[in-house]
Design a protein around this ligand. Structure first.
Ligand code: ZN
Length: 155
């Protein structure tokens, strides 16, 4: 998800207070560090983050992160806060455990397919070793058999 769209046009950012400034009843200027991450329409996102970390801690946190990494850091913080709001007990842990379970299931399925593939390859190798494709081919040959030179011989 790109957060750059939140800034939108320059005309609206100066007149509309972001969710954080609106909550604090502050004037939101174009230098507001939180406006990018908590635009007016993302009030719930801000409230989740504020409830978990507190707006002053979020501001301190974002100022402590290099500018080029702020989007990643804030995405992470917002993701944590939203997960915690959705599941107050497990938070992101639940998402992590679900993903871990999915990986284990997919790995087991992959192992099964790998073993089936291996067994099929061994069967084909055995069939090629004995020069036949199936038991059906052997039965249909009856008393005739093909010699290695391709000539039909009678038993
Ligand atoms: Zn603001």
């Amino acid at each position: 998800m790109s957060l750059s769209k939140f800034h939108g046009g320059s005309s609206s950012s100066s007149t509309t207070a972001c969710a954080a400034c609106k909550y604090q009843r502050k004037k939101c200027t174009e230098h507001c560090i939180l406006a990018r991450y908590f635009p007016q329409e993302k009030q719930n996102q801000f409230l989740n983050a504020h409830k978990l970390f507190g707006v002053s801690n979020i501001t301190k946190f974002i100022k402590g992160v290099e500018e080029c990494q702020r989007d990643i850091a804030m995405n992470n913080l917002i993701f944590h806060a939203n997960a915690r709001a959705r599941d107050p007990v497990w938070g992101v842990c639940k998402i992590m455990l679900d993903l871990k379970h999915q990986i284990a299931c997919t790995q087991a399925e992959l192992n099964l397919v790998h073993h089936q593939n291996l067994a099929m390859c061994q069967t084909i190798a055995l069939q090629q070793q004995f020069g036949c494709y199936s038991y059906g081919d052997l039965l249909e040959q009856g008393d005739e058999y093909l010699n290695i030179d391709g000539h039909v011989h009678q038993k």
